[in-house]
Design a protein around this ligand. Structure first.
Ligand SMILES: *[C@@H]1O[C@H](CO)[C@@H](O)[C@H](O)[C@H]1NC(C)=O
Ligand SMILES: *[C@@H]1O[C@H](CO)[C@@H](O)[C@H](O)[C@H]1NC(C)=O
Ligand SMILES: *[C@@H]1O[C@H](CO)[C@@H](O)[C@H](O)[C@H]1NC(C)=O
Ligand SMILES: *[C@@H]1O[C@H](CO)[C@@H](O)[C@H](O)[C@H]1NC(C)=O
Length: 461
């Protein structure tokens, strides 16, 4: 089946489930409402899963992918906060102000409270709602944090990344919460064990007469590259340390997925369940050259302002696997228009830098910046990977690709299909007219963990 058709079918499935959830399609008894399990890998590359790359050890995911629907032409937003914004609100980030990069540590930025998040709606529909993992949607005030936005329980961290063992962010500051309380971890366990164990506890304590919504955005496989040796050792044939560690991280994530699905299954919780596994973004292109972590075969899109990278639009035929979604589902329901189903509008601050998609076409405007290239897999036989230099040209013309025929975006159609080009530009301008300015604001020193006993703590905006 062609990709777009597959995606439409999946969207229909998703929409049916969502409509049931939102009470749009009648009022089924609570017991008939499907459980919703939503796994989010962090920065997982297209080629970092077993069914695209047999050298990756992901047996549990492979099994579900084989039984499920693989949406291989579904795109996610670029970077963590924009994608998670879409998962939680159903709105494109250019409608919430979160379209421009990730929320930085100490940046007083968040999903505005007038956007109701999915867990809150699911609670209204009778669900138990639990989250384990990374938030990254605002923490400068309690009202922006998970337990205030619809989650019955939360175990995880508010920022974007931290040390897997010390649970401290890059610039210092401890970040691990059990609901609203600081969760101590004197044993310094790897995050993935903590998250998996906590999820198993949530599952074992869940009252199965209530529908369950589990949102599981774990830390793996985001940098820093850290994994217990036993996972890394399964890739001992890979000589490049970073790639070996990264592959180990993927396998550890797969094991968590396996343990969690097994626990769900053993409680009968998979029988009436919408199970989604996706990634928020492709493998971190910043690591492609610096840490030689290149799981991706297709080039990526970044715009670079001096010393700082901004992703414009993951140029990615489905950053990953099983049931990928364009999580504009709510926006689609709201608009009830077909064209909303086939578009995705990742975009940047300036109107000149966008990556909208419509049906088979994808338009790219503005500089795609660094790493705008195709990356070979790192070699596994003792040779160093090739590194890639910036591919920066001073002037970029808008580019047009037919992603059904040319998913790798190698043949620019801008000159040969001027009418399509015009149609895409017209649509882009129409969509952008409904956008709001990005909320990006300077770092607020009041948020510094030094002011809060060394712990990232809400209360400074
Ligand atoms: C997606 O899957 C379809 C159906 O198996 C296949 O024809 C297509 O080539 C795949 N696309 C990509 C980008 O792998
Ligand atoms: C939330 O408020 C902003 C700013 O007033 C507005 O642009 C946006 O449409 C509102 N969103 C919703 C879902 O009400
Ligand atoms: C989190 O708190 C709950 C009770 O509030 C407790 O049962 C659980 O063990 C705690 N988990 C961790 C990992 O601290
Ligand atoms: C998965 O479960 C097995 C068996 O209990 C355990 O040994 C392993 O550590 C678990 N893996 C993770 C990532 O939690």
């Amino acid at each position: 089946m062609a990709e777009i058709t597959t995606m439409t079918v999946m969207m229909t499935v998703m929409m049916t489930a969502m409509m049931a959830v939102f009470g749009v399609a009648g009022n089924a008894a609570a017991s008939q409402k499907p459980n919703i399990i939503f796994f989010v890998a962090d920065d997982l590359g297209w080629n970092d899963v077993g069914w695209h790359n047999p050298s990756m050890l992901t047996p549990n995911l492979n099994r579900y992918a084989a039984q499920g629907v693989i949406l291989n032409s579904s795109y996610v937003q670029y970077f963590c906060s924009p994608s998670r914004n879409a998962f939680m609100t159903g709105y494109f980030p250019y409608h919430t102000g979160l379209q421009h990069g990730v929320i930085l540590e100490g940046e007083p930025r968040y999903v505005p409270t007038n956007f109701t998040m999915l867990p809150k709606l699911l609670k209204t529909a009778g669900y138990a709602t639990h989250m384990v993992g990374k938030w990254h949607l605002g923490m400068c005030n309690w009202k922006y944090t998970p337990t205030y936005r619809g989650f019955d329980s939360y175990f995880g961290y508010y920022n974007g990344a931290e040390d897997y063992y010390t649970h401290e962010t890059k610039d210092g500051g401890y970040d691990l919460r059990n609901d609203t309380l600081v969760a101590k971890d004197p044993g310094q366990s790897h995050f993935d064990y903590l998250f998996t164990d906590h999820t198993l506890k949530v599952i074992s304590e869940h009252d199965t007469s209530t529908p369950l919504y589990l949102y599981l955005p774990f830390h793996l496989c985001h940098n820093p590259l850290q994994v217990p040796k036993e996972y890394e050792q399964r890739y001992s044939h890979i000589h490049t340390q970073d790639r070996r560690t990264y592959c180990g991280m993927v396998t550890m994530m797969d094991e968590s997925f396996g343990n969690i699905t097994q626990a769900l299954d053993s409680r009968g919780l998979l029988d009436n369940t919408l199970l989604v596994f996706t990634t928020d973004y492709c493998a971190d292109p910043c690591l492609v050259s610096t840490e030689r972590r290149s799981g991706d075969l297709r080039r990526q899109q970044l715009a670079v302002t001096r010393g700082q990278d901004h992703i414009l639009g993951g140029r990615y035929p489905g950053c990953c696997l099983c049931l990928e979604q364009e999580f504009a589902a709510k926006e689609i329901l709201r608009q009830r228009r077909d064209d909303a189903r086939s578009r995705l509008v990742p975009y940047h601050t300036t109107p000149g830098r966008c990556g909208p998609r419509y049906k088979d076409y994808k338009l790219m405007t503005g500089s795609p910046g660094r790493f705008n290239d195709w990356y070979p897999l790192p070699r596994s036989q003792g040779e160093e990977d090739a590194t890639h230099e910036e591919d920066a040209k001073p002037h970029w013309k808008p580019q047009l690709y037919n992603i059904r025929n040319d998913p790798e975006e190698r043949h620019d159609l801008a000159d040969t299909e001027p009418q399509t080009m015009k149609m895409m530009m017209d649509r882009l301008h129409k969509w952008m007219a409904s956008g709001v300015p990005p909320q990006n604001t300077p770092i607020d020193p009041r948020g510094d963990p030094k002011n809060w006993g060394g712990v990232w703590t809400p209360g400074w905006c």
